[in-house]
Design a protein around this ligand. Structure first.
Ligand SMILES: Cc1cc2nc3c(=O)[nH]c(=O)nc-3n(C[C@H](O)[C@H](O)[C@H](O)COP(=O)(O)O)c2cc1C
Length: 322
């Protein structure tokens, strides 16, 4: 287990959003580049209302159990989810999978889960301080990357601030349910991030799973994933990126709490996480691209995930070309 992050970056980076941007607020009349706003009938009394601050962000609790792949490879039969309920969950998963297979024209394999080889704590890093709007303006998709490796600090910052844990809340039978940096439907913890690292001088090659709570990587394989990635990406040039993040979403967790129509929300959750990766990568001076054109079955096999853990997006990450 890694050490908890040593600084309360959440408190530090939760400034009063009105500071420095008063001219953007509706009560001042004009937003930059926008036509003067009609004063809303109910705004007059609210001009001096203090803006509600978010609660202080909790830090990850290193005592919390990390994800284990066995969680997803078998239906759950727990005290909270009696057998009958598990049957309903399983039936919903199977119905969703039937649609999913139809849409993809593929039945992904059910590979053996990859055992964790070792845990690698990620270094504690300062959050990027880039302005949000500047970052939005600078963000773009890259399909070519500089011949430069990614170091562990950059990878750590990207994972921590895009896909890490923002706070914990009592929910779903836990006092410490993780709430991510990206919002998710009902706060469910569906998403998993895997990091596929090309062999470099700075990072050891292999498939890794990101453990968001502990902010660690679990190494799952030691083989360089470049060759399989060249087959998996429909545009093989993306395999040249030093790192690929693979996002998956876990149907079984979704349908333990939500009905079948939540199939859509799983993909929305994933899309929001993708935008987080784009923005933090941009703020860190990195380059990336959302990639949905890939071979699902090949990727499931490489990650060792069951069919009910659906790969949703690949994100090659590197440095922008000079
Ligand atoms: C959901 C999604 C899937 C995408 N899939 C691919 C892809 O498979 N291949 C690719 O080259 N770009 C892909 N892109 C990147 C888009 O082509 C790119 O975002 C779009 O052209 C706009 O360019 P910009 O991101 O530089 O603003 C994807 C983007 C999104 C949001």
């Amino acid at each position: 287990m890694g050490e908890p992050l040593s600084h309360d970056w959440g408190g530090q980076y939760d400034p009063d959003p009105a500071d420095g941007y008063r001219e953007w607020l509706p009560e001042s009349g004009v937003a930059p580049g926008a036509a003067p706003a009609e004063p809303a009938a109910d705004t007059a009394d609210t001009v001096d209302t203090p803006i509600r601050r978010a609660p202080a962000h909790a830090l990850p609790d290193p005592e919390d159990e990390p994800h284990t792949p066995a969680d997803d490879h078998a239906p759950r039969h727990t005290a909270d989810a009696p057998e009958e309920q598990s049957d309903v969950v399983e039936e919903t998963v199977q119905r969703a999978l039937a649609v999913h297979r139809l849409l993809n024209g593929q039945t992904p394999p059910t590979p053996e889960p990859l055992p964790g080889i070792r845990r690698i704590p990620l270094p504690d890093v300062e959050p990027p301080r880039a302005d949000l709007v500047k970052t939005l303006v600078r963000r773009r998709s890259w399909d070519v990357f500089a011949h430069r490796d990614l170091d562990l600090a950059a990878l750590s910052g990207l994972l921590r601030f895009a896909l890490g844990v923002q706070r914990f809340e009592p929910a779903y039978g836990s006092e410490h349910h993780p709430m991510g940096m990206a919002p998710s439907g009902d706060g469910l913890d569906l998403l998993r991030a895997y990091v596929l690292i090309r062999g470099t001088d700075l990072l050891e090659p292999g498939v890794y799973r990101y453990e968001a709570i502990a902010h660690e990587l679990t190494r799952l394989t030691i083989a360089d994933p470049v060759r399989p990635l060249q087959q998996i990406y429909w545009q093989p040039e993306f395999a040249a990126a030093p790192v690929t993040i693979a996002l998956t979403t876990r149907m079984r967790v979704a349908f333990e709490h939500k009905p079948l129509r939540h199939y859509r929300t799983m993909h929305v959750d994933s899309g929001i996480a993708v935008q987080n990766v784009y923005l933090i990568a941009t703020a860190l001076g990195l380059a990336c691209c959302a990639v949905s054109d890939f071979d699902d079955a090949g990727l499931s096999q490489l990650l060792g995930v069951p069919e009910s853990e659906v790969p949703t997006m690949l994100i090659p990450v590197g440095h922008p070309p000079l």
